[in-house]
Design a protein around this ligand. Structure first.
Ligand SMILES: [Zn+2]
Length: 86
């Protein structure tokens, strides 16, 4: 991992919370999404954070995130049983 990459990782992490809350502007959102597409480490970390913050996969699907990105994040999550619907 080169230095530029590491700095981009830091930038992405700084925006993690806001990104998950969809509070970033379009430009910053794109920056994070672009980084997640090329950085597997951050995708895993984002997935972990997302699972902690949001709790269950079900909730993640409700986010207004691009479907492609959500499924990419979901694919990084450890397999867990789907919560049963009442
Ligand atoms: Zn990264």
């Amino acid at each position: 991992m080169n230095e530029l990459n590491r700095r981009t990782c830091e930038e992405a992490f700084r925006r993690l919370d806001h990104f998950l809350d969809r509070r970033l502007g379009p430009e910053e959102t794109r920056l994070v999404e672009d980084h997640l597409r090329v950085c597997e480490a951050c995708t895993r970390e984002f997935a972990f954070e997302a699972s902690v913050l949001i709790g269950v996969k079900q909730k993640l699907r409700q986010l207004a995130a691009p479907a492609e990105l959500v499924s990419r994040i979901l694919s990084q999550l450890p397999p867990t049983p789907e919560p049963k619907k009442p």
